[in-house]
Design a binder for this molecule. Structure first.
Ligand code: UD1
Ligand code: CA
Length: 469
């Protein structure tokens, strides 16, 4: 077969995955944040410019929803086995008779594009009808055993195997390269005469073997043989992927203090010289800049972090943390939080749907919700926005340079003007004019604020110096 033969790939993802004991289709279970089927697609994609088909069936709509655009779903209405799944895929490939069909089980998330490439390469250069990827395993249980009878490769499913066949440790990994014309003519001959009453794709090997040739190709990297049929295998495969992700970050200049306790999902980006401290969990569309210190015990999901930020013992959900911002320990940043450069969110604070301006400080025990805080403001310990009246949410505006005393309650909707100051325990339910000191419950503006007085004094001082000079 020439190098230019077209290659089509079919990923089998219509099964339920009974041994997962799950309400969710097996291929939708995630490893490091990404559904199993997507790993398989990523490994297959580099080989198949001609077309990548995914056979869906059980929870078809949910599976289709996670497929990338270049993967075409093919519906297998009822799941009558792997042979039936390939039959359905071949119908979708009607008219194509030249080239190679690569068939990939959807439950091998560790299979690499390199291995698939080698399988196809070996298959093409040998000019055979079928090539199946196999591995010698310590524990072959649950997998189809590879037996050879007079030079013909056969695969016997565990439940159909004799006692001596079960002793075989050479197993079928569920990856095959077929001559398209051969699989087309063999697939129609499948019968369901076996213990599970399904059409076994594996039975075509014998048919093809007798007509042209069917051969095995041995997997080189045993790690890739971690197929997922149950939850402990899921955990084992995920552990390998987790280590790979950590290694990639470390190779790119990220320090990971304790790889054993650090979980970083496949989708996360981290800049160089950032240090990840023990017990941290970084998930989803989280992106972290350079020179940050994240952790210990920090859990960020869909959170953007700039450069040089510190986030300690804290949780972020859909937040934006600017350059040189410091967060924590023990703070909770919820969706819509934007912390501008140099801001500080201290210990035991919760921030939601709020912007905190550059260099502003919310150092201790605050709740900031639906608020707009300007630059250079300082909220005293225990300052709280009362944003919710039991029915609606309202916004709080805190302008540049504001200083609130400890335990200030800001009853929204309310605006605290630029350079205003509130006394300890103020209950602010009316706007405080710029530059005023407001005190009491409810708070009243009584005189010029201290910071405005200092600023004015500073300005006067410099004006004086100028006249003197
Ligand atoms: C299959 C092989 C077995 C091999 C093992 C490797 C057969 C008969 N047996 O067994 O030799 O060792 O894979 O993992 O092929 N699927 C469909 N439609 C169906 C049935 C299954 O799309 O009607 C999909 C599943 O979603 C899954 C893949 O095919 O991704 C394999 O199916 P599964 O039921 O896990 O096959 P095994 O019993 O593990
Ligand atoms: Ca399987």
């Amino acid at each position: 077969m020439s190098e230019s033969s077209p290659i089509f790939a079919v990923i089998l993802a219509a099964g339920k995955g009974t041994r997962m004991k799950s309400n969710r289709a097996k291929v939708l279970h995630t490893l490091c944040g990404v559904p199993m089927v997507n790993y398989v697609i990523d490994a297959t994609r580099p080989l198949v410019p001609e077309g990548l088909f995914v056979v869906v069936g059980h929870q078809a709509e949910l599976v289709e929803a996670v497929l990338p655009e270049d993967a075409k779903p093919v519906l297998q209405e009822e799941q009558h086995g792997t042979g039936d799944a390939v039959r359905v895929a071949l119908a979708a490939l009607e008219g194509e008779d030249e080239g190679i069909l690569l068939v990939v089980n959807g439950d091998g998330p560790l299979i690499s594009d390199k291995t698939l490439g080698e399988l196809v390469e070996r298959h093409s250069s040998a000019g055979v009808g079928a090539t199946v990827l196999v591995a010698e395993l310590e524990d072959p249980s649950g997998l189809g055993r590879v037996v050879e009878d007079a030079g013909v490769v056969r695969i016997v499913e565990e439940r159909d195997a004799t006692e001596s066949q079960r002793q075989v440790r050479l197993v079928n990994l569920g990856l095959y390269a077929f001559k398209l014309s051969e699989i087309r003519s063999a697939i129609g001959g499948l019968t369901s005469e076996n213990k599970s009453g399904e059409l076994y794709l594996t039975d075509v090997l014998e048919t093809i073997g007798r007509r042209s040739r069917a051969v095995t190709y041995k997997l080189k990297n045993p790690e890739e043989a971690n197929l997922v049929n149950d939850r402990s295998q899921l955990a084992r495969a995920e552990e390998i992927l987790r280590r790979r992700i950590l290694d990639t970050h470390m190779r790119h200049g990220v320090t990971v203090r304790d790889p054993a306790s650090t979980h970083i999902e496949a989708t996360v980006e981290i800049g160089r010289d950032t240090v990840i401290l023990p017990g941290s969990l970084l998930r989803g569309q989280t992106s972290i800049g350079t020179d940050c210190v994240i952790g210990p015990s920090t859990d960020l999901q869909d959170t953007l972090v700039g450069n040089g930020a510190l986030v300690e013992h804290s949780v972020g959900r859909g937040a934006e943390i600017g350059d040189r911002v410091s967060v924590g320990p023990y703070s909770f940043l919820r969706a819509g939080t934007v912390l501008e450069p140099g801001a500080k969110i201290g210990a035991y604070c919760e921030v939601k749907n709020s912007r905190v301006g550059a260099g502003s400080k919310v150092p201790h025990l605050s709740y900031v919700g639906d608020a707009e805080i300007g630059a250079g403001a300082n909220l005293g310990a225990g300052t709280i926005t009362a944003n919710y009246d039991g029915e609606k949410k309202y916004r709080t505006m805190v302008k540049d340079g504001v200083f609130t005393g400890v335990n200030t309650n800001l009853i929204a909707p309310v605006t605290v003007g630029e350079d205003a100051y509130t006394g300890a325990g103020s209950v602010v339910n009316k706007d405080v004019p710029a530059g005023k000191l407001a005190v009491g419950a409810p708070a009243r503006a009584i005189r010029e604020s201290p910071q405005r007085r200092r600023k004015r004094a500073g300005r006067d001082g410099s004006a004086k110096n100028e006249t003197e000079g």
